[in-house]
Design a binder for this molecule. Structure first.
Ligand code: C5P
Ligand code: MG
Length: 192
């Protein structure tokens, strides 16, 4: 198994790059944001509850997200590995993920962090909001809340994975193709 975490703030390009990477490396994609939005669209109880957090730009409680990821992994045990996009978002989620992967004799192989300046992130999210229909991409207040959550709860993961020698930062500002190339060279180094 090869398991990769694409790390970075909202709007860093995790989804865009995941789509390319999963094709090249034949990995399964877990976007917890997409899973939560699918639950909401299906009108499940989980989706309705999650939406109260999503609408405010806050993080959904750990137990909910961890349970959802566990189900996804159990439904895809034939995968040769996963790209985690938007998960883990807290240290508790990262610890739970390590425990889950251990059950399969696997672990996280690399964590690649897309580095983008905050002004650029806001621009990208507002632009995406025009076509995505995502309400949380349309309000600058919600976007700022998402950054706040990221700084407080998610950024500590950078140290968590640096201590395990798994974290590398990748410039996320330029052309999509260039960024993709940088990500691939990092992955190829770890896999070889
Ligand atoms: O990952 P994405 O930016 O699509 O997530 C959108 C929203 O979903 C987040 O702002 C948050 O409210 C919720 N979310 C979460 N925990 C995750 C992933 C997403 O609370 N692990
Ligand atoms: Mg995304």
């Amino acid at each position: 198994m090869f398991n990769l975490i694409l790390f970075g703030p909202p709007g860093a390009g995790k989804g865009t790059q995941s789509e390319r990477l999963l094709e090249k490396y034949q990995l399964a994609h877990i976007s917890t944001g997409d899973l939560l939005r699918a639950e909401r669209a299906a009108g499940t109880q989980l989706g309705v509850q999650a939406n109260e957090y999503i609408a405010k730009g806050e993080l959904v409680p750990d137990a909910v997200v961890i349970g959802m990821v566990r189900n996804y992994i159990l439904e895809h045990t034939d995968a040769s590995g996963f790209i985690f996009d938007g998960f883990p978002r807290t240290v508790a989620q990262a610890e739970a993920l390590d425990t889950m992967l251990e059950e399969f004799g696997a672990g996280i192989d690399a964590v690649l962090g897309l580095e983008v300046e905050e002004d650029e992130l806001v621009k990208r999210l507002l632009l995406r909001g025009q076509s995505s229909g995502r309400a949380d991409d349309q309000s600058e207040e919600t976007i700022r809340n998402r950054f706040q959550e990221y700084m407080n709860k998610t950024l500590p993961l950078q140290s968590y994975y640096t201590e395990q020698d798994k974290y590398s930062g990748v410039p996320g500002m330029g052309e999509i193709e260039t960024i993709f190339g940088d990500l691939c060279s990092q992955i190829d180094q770890v896999r070889s």
